[in-house]
Design a binder for this molecule. Structure first.
Ligand code: NAP
Length: 284
C-alpha cells in the first residue's frame, strides 16, 4: 500500500489559522500587531520570490510586514546601520535577512548583528545555544516545521531511529537536535558518511536535507519508514524535485512529504509563528 502523504499545506493552514486568531486577540487587547522586516540585498530572483511570498503570508494572518530592498553595491556598514535601526524599531518584532548576501558582505557578521530577541530565523548563536540547551527561544523555521508536521499526524518520535541526511546549521543540525529532544535515537549523515545506504535502511524516520535530486532511493528505505523531504532542487525540465525519489519511495514508506507541498509551506508558517512569539514575549 502507498504511504500516507503528509500534506504541508494542510498543516500549515491549521497553524496559520491559530496565528491569525492570536494576532487578532493581541490587537484587540494591546492595540499591537506583530511586525516583520525582510532585508534583501541584490537581485537574486529566488530571494525576490521568497520575500514576496512572505509579504503575502503576513498580510493573510494580520502581521505587519515591510521590505528593505537594497542594491548589490550596498556596503557592510550600510547594512549594519539598517539592522541597527530595525533592532530599535518598536513596531518590528522579527528581522529576516535573506541569504545569500553579496560576496563582499560577511554573512555571520550580519546575522549576528540581528538582535537575538528579533531573530525569527533562529540563526543567532545565542538562539542556537538556547536550542542546544533544550530551552529554545526561536527555533529555525524549517526544522520546527518538520516537528509540527510529525505532531499533526500523531507520529510518535520517542525511541525511533531517526537519520538526518545533511548537517547544515539551518536544517540538518537543528533538525537532529529537535528529534533528539523528542527522544529519538539520532544519526546525522553527511558527504563523508560511510555505508550511508546501510545507515538509512535502519531508519524509522528519515529527514533528507542535502540538495541532491532523488538521492534517497527505494532500496535505502525500510518498509513503513517516515520520510521527510526537505530538498528543493530545480530539474532541467524546470520542475521542482526533492532529495527523495518520491514516486518509488512512497510505495514502501509509511508516511512521506511531497515536494512541493510538504516542508516548504511550513517554513514560512513557522516564520510567522516566531514573529508572533516575539511580540508575545515583548508584551508579557
Ligand atoms: P547545505 O547547507 O548545502 O547542506 C547540505 C548538506 O548535505 C551538507 O551537510 C552536506 O554534507 C550534505 N550532503 C551533500 N551531498 C551529500 C551526499 N551526496 N551524501 C550525503 N550528504 C551530502 O544545504 P541546506 O541549506 O541544509 O539545504 C538542503 C536542501 O534543503 C536544499 O535542497 C535546500 O534548497 C533545501 N531547503 C529547503 C527548505 C524548505 O523550506 N523546504 C529550507 C531550507 C533548505 P557536508 O557537510 O559533508 O558537505
Amino acid at each position: 500500500m502507498d504511504a500516507k502523504i503528509i500534506d504541508g499545506k494542510l498543516v500549515s493552514a491549521s497553524i496559520r489559522e491559530k496565528i491569525k486568531e492570536k494576532t487578532k486577540a493581541i490587537k484587540d487587547k494591546h492595540s499591537r500587531v506583530p511586525g516583520l522586516a525582510a532585508v534583501l540585498v541584490g537581485e537574486d530572483p529566488a530571494s525576490q520570490i521568497y520575500v514576496r511570498n512572505k509579504r503575502k503570508s503576513c498580510e493573510d494572518v494580520g502581521i505587519y510586514s515591510e521590505e528593505h530592498k537594497l542594491p548589490a553595491s550596498t556596503t557592510q556598514d550600510e547594512l549594519l546601520e539598517l539592522i541597527n535601526k530595525l533592532n530599535n524599531d518598536k513596531k518590528i518584532n522579527g528581522i529576516l535577512v535573506q541569504l545569500p548576501l553579496p560576496k563582499h558582505i560577511d554573512d555571520s557578521l550580519i546575522l549576528n548583528s540581528v538582535s537575538s530577541e528579533k531573530d525569527v530565523d533562529g540563526f543567532h548563536p545565542i538562539n542556537a545555544g538556547y536550542l542546544f540547551e533544550g530551552k529554545p527561544q526561536f527555533i529555525p523555521c524549517t526544522p520546527h516545521g518538520i516537528i509540527k508536521m510529525l505532531e499533526f499526524y500523531d507520529i510518535d518520535i520517542e525511541g525511533k531511529n531517526a537519520v538526518v541526511l545533511g548537517r547544515s546549521n539551518i536544517v540538518g543540525k537543528p533538525a537532529a537536535i529537535l528529534l533528539l529532544q523528542k527522544n529519538a535515537t539520532v544519526t546525522i549523515c553527511h558527504s563523508r558518511t560511510k555505508n550511508l545506504e546501510d545507515v538509512l535502511k535502519e531508519a524509522d524516520i528519515i529527514v533528507a536535507a542535502i540538495g541532491r535530486a532523488h538521492f534517497v532511493k527505494k532500496e535505502m528505505v525500510k518498509e513503513g519508514a517516515i520520510v521527510i523531504d526537505v530538498g528543493i532542487n530545480r530539474l532541467d525540465t524546470g520542475k521542482l524535485a526533492g532529495d527523495v525519489d518520491f514516486e518509488a519511495v512512497k510505495k514502501i514508506s509509511g508516511f512521506i512529504t511531497p515536494v512541493p507541498g510538504g516542508v516548504g509551506p511550513m517554513t514560512i508558517t513557522m516564520l510567522l509563528w516566531n514573529t508572533l512569539t516575539s511580540l508575545e514575549k515583548s508584551i508579557s
